[in-house]
Design a protein around this ligand. Structure first.
Ligand SMILES: [Zn+2]
Length: 307
């Protein structure tokens, strides 16, 4: 695209300003799981609304029962595709603080032992860095060309790290406004430190509350233990049976809606440790398509060592 070069040049020349904006956002302690930081979450949403408005989006802060959403539109490209960009401005808790080499909400660029430079701050790689990458790209396009090559709707939530309780109700309530041709979710990672990646799919999660009831009264373990079923034993059996030895989900019909070329996952031993209640789609282990010799790896947001 002929207009790409000047946009990239603008991004390069404005890198210091882009970093300054990102650092402003990183300083906000938007820990969604702790009510003590609710004001910081709201401040992050307000910061994004102001910044998107400044770029030229029609942006608004939208209330939910939890932390607010940020919705922004730019629809100045009639006839062109409509992209929905999703990100989240909330971050994970920072404890244990003693494992940090520097204060988590005082962003800085550090030089690693191998000479590479990296931003150190809570949320820099999940997901404020990613979402601001998109925002900065939009800013450069707008400034350079007066518009964007496609129509864009932006949706930022503030509860991704606490299970996104407001997301589905918000999507359902605003279905028409948030309709799109392509959804872009950049709550993902790089291929490696030097190689950007486009993640084609993420695994979703289902949460269920299961109640197992066995005996109708207390049973003496010495007299009944073993033959009488214990709810913990039953539950452990159910959980263990959810996957077979290759990591494949055993629930009948689970893969019915997937294309024929299915994916397999070989457990790495770390994936299960990262799964916990209220975890989100991004915490799931990711698999390459099954092929000879293919490896599967786990890159969990929650299993990731805290910086
Ligand atoms: Zn994330």
């Amino acid at each position: 695209m002929s207009s790409l070069a000047p946009v990239l040049a603008r991004l390069d020349s404005g890198l210091d300003d882009s970093l300054a904006r990102l650092f402003d956002l990183l300083r906000l302690k938007s820990i969604s799981t702790d009510p003590a930081f609710a004001a910081d979450c709201r401040a992050s949403a307000a910061w994004l609304v102001a910044d998107l408005t400044d770029i030229g989006f029609s942006a608004s802060l939208r209330e939910t029962p939890g932390h607010p959403m940020v919705v922004a539109h730019w629809t100045g490209a009639p006839g062109r595709p409509h992209v929905l960009f999703y990100g989240h401005y909330d971050v994970q808790p920072v404890d244990p603080l003693e494992l940090w080499t520097r204060p988590p909400f005082e962003p800085a660029i550090e030089t690693r032992a191998d000479g590479a430079r990296q931003i150190s701050a809570r949320g820099s790689s999940d997901d404020k860095g990613q979402l601001m990458t998109f925002v900065e790209a939009a800013r450069a396009w707008m400034a350079e060309t007066g518009g964007l090559p496609v129509n864009v709707t932006i949706l930022f939530e503030g509860e991704e790290e606490s299970g996104s309780p407001s997301l589905v109700p918000f999507l359902e309530a605003n279905r028409a406004e948030l309709s799109h041709d392509v959804a872009l979710v950049c709550d993902t990672g790089m291929w490696d430190a030097a190689t950007p990646a486009i993640t084609a799919s993420l695994r979703g999660l289902v949460g269920e509350e299961v109640v197992v009831t066995c005996a109708s009264r207390d049973l003496h373990s010495g007299q009944y233990g073993g033959p009488a079923l214990n709810p913990i034993r039953v539950l452990a059996r159910i959980l263990a049976d959810l996957h077979d030895d290759t990591g494949r989900v055993t629930l009948p019909g689970f893969y019915d809606a997937l294309p024929r070329r299915r994916r397999r996952c070989v457990p790495t031993g770390t994936a299960s440790a990262s799964m916990r209640p209220n975890s989100s789609a991004t915490s799931a282990s990711r698999c390459r398509p099954a092929r000879r010799g293919a490896a599967c790896w786990s890159r969990s947001g929650r299993g990731r060592p805290r910086k």
